[in-house]
Design a protein around this ligand. Structure first.
Ligand code: SF4
Ligand code: SF4
Length: 370
């Protein structure tokens, strides 16, 4: 496992994210984490040189912290680092949350402490609620070693928040898809300019980049037949100079072995490999994304007054992320009509310059959010 200096310590380049464990009852999201399976992954991570373990107050309603705390009891406390997070919305009582976290983790300090999930709508609350002063005090007392934040905010809010005080580190969603097509590159550059090391979350975009479309995979396989598809995503973020720890929510030993192989040396993607990856990403995107240009020719004639281009954006984000559509995005669309109200009259499709099968896509989206 390759390591990289961080201030006065050394961190493994690969970190273990503790939010995707298998539950005792996979059908019941509130059931406890399957301890033998989770501890096998944690132990394998530790034994293979991973020394950064990331959890949060809200993961598995606290069971992630408990599960990690139990697993780490057998190891010397100075041989690993725990990252944990305070989520203002989940429980605003920061003092009580912090004490509870120490108990759940069975430790007297949290090495990397993060304000969790800074967004455009909550950044000011975090800045004004008093929690930062409290956590700085805990840092002085040695109960927190490094203080940072994780962000899903847009670039403007990120810059404002990151400049608000001196942070030890920050964690952002960073992967080649968001780098090419969203704002990840801009966010990374803001943090780099401010001298803040970047912890990477979602390097494989929640697993969506673990398998691409056949066209895209063929390009990658041709270039490096021995590299797995997800390893391209890990190699991309590993190649960025200001990335520190790259988190992966590994819940199988097979996945861990693939990652361990990627992080067994300091190699970075060559320029030729970068070009191959961009070519594959473009093919992947073209295969999954509806090419709506937001011209809005379709909306005027819609008898149900559905905001078609905005719902197609939600559709595209869903296809690029996998899983279920993002309900926050879905509910945020300003529209008189919703996709389930489409009567398939076809007026929109008949006028769309991109020949998009709008009624079919709206029906697919409506069915997926039921
Ligand atoms: S097919 Fe659906 S979305 Fe298109 S115009 Fe008719 S009602 Fe509106
Ligand atoms: S007409 Fe077609 S391209 Fe234009 S906004 Fe509607 S769906 Fe998008």
């Amino acid at each position: 496992m390759i390591k990289k200096p961080f201030k006065d310590i050394e961190l493994s380049r690969l970190g273990l994210g503790n939010m995707r464990y298998i539950l005792t009852d996979p059908e019941n999201g509130n059931s406890p984490i399957d301890r033998p399976k989770a501890h096998a992954v944690i132990d394998a991570a530790y034994e293979n040189g991973i020394n950064y373990f990331d959890t949060a107050y809200v993961y598995n309603s606290g069971d992630s912290e408990r599960c990690l705390g139990e697993a780490m009891q057998k190891y010397p406390r100075d041989s690993f680092y725990i990252a944990d997070k305070f989520h203002q919305h989940a429980n605003p009582d920061y003092e009580a949350v912090f004490e509870e976290q120490l108990k759940r983790l069975q430790t007297d300090r949290i090495d990397f402490y993060l304000l969790h999930c800074i967004m455009d709508g909550n950044a000011d609350t975090y800045m004004n609620c008093g929690c930062i002063d409290y956590f700085l005090k805990q840092k002085e007392l040695g109960r927190i070693r490094y203080l940072g934040f994780s962000s899903h905010a847009g670039p403007d809010t990120l810059r404002r928040f990151a400049s608000f005080r001196k942070w030890d580190f920050a964690q952002i969603q960073l992967n080649y898809y968001d780098w090419y097509y969203n704002t990840a590159k801009e966010e990374y550059e803001i943090l780099t300019e401010l001298g803040i090391p970047v912890m990477v979350m979602e390097p494989v975009r929640g697993g969506r980049l673990a398998s691409l479309t056949p066209n895209a995979e063929a390009v990658l396989k041709k270039a490096h037949p021995d590299w797995s598809i997800p390893s391209w995503a890990m190699r991309f973020v590993k190649s960025l100079a200001n990335t520190q720890v790259i988190l992966s929510g590994m819940n199988s030993l097979e996945q861990m072995n693939d990652n361990l192989n990627t992080f067994s040396d300091d190699s970075v993607l060559s320029e030729a490999d970068q070009a191959v990856l961009k070519e594959a990403a473009d093919l992947f995107r073209a295969d999954i994304v509806v090419p709506c240009t937001a011209c809005r020719y379709c909306t005027e004639g819609c008898p149900m007054q559905i905001n078609i281009p905005e719902y197609l954006k939600v559709y595209n984000e869903w296809k690029a992320s996998g899983g279920r559509p993002d309900m926050d995005l879905y509910n945020a669309v300003a529209s008189e009509g919703t996709p389930d109200m489409c009567i398939a009259c076809g007026a929109c499709a008949g006028i769309c310059p991109q020949s998009i099968a709008i009624p079919d896509l709206l029906k697919e989206l409506a069915d997926a959010v039921k």
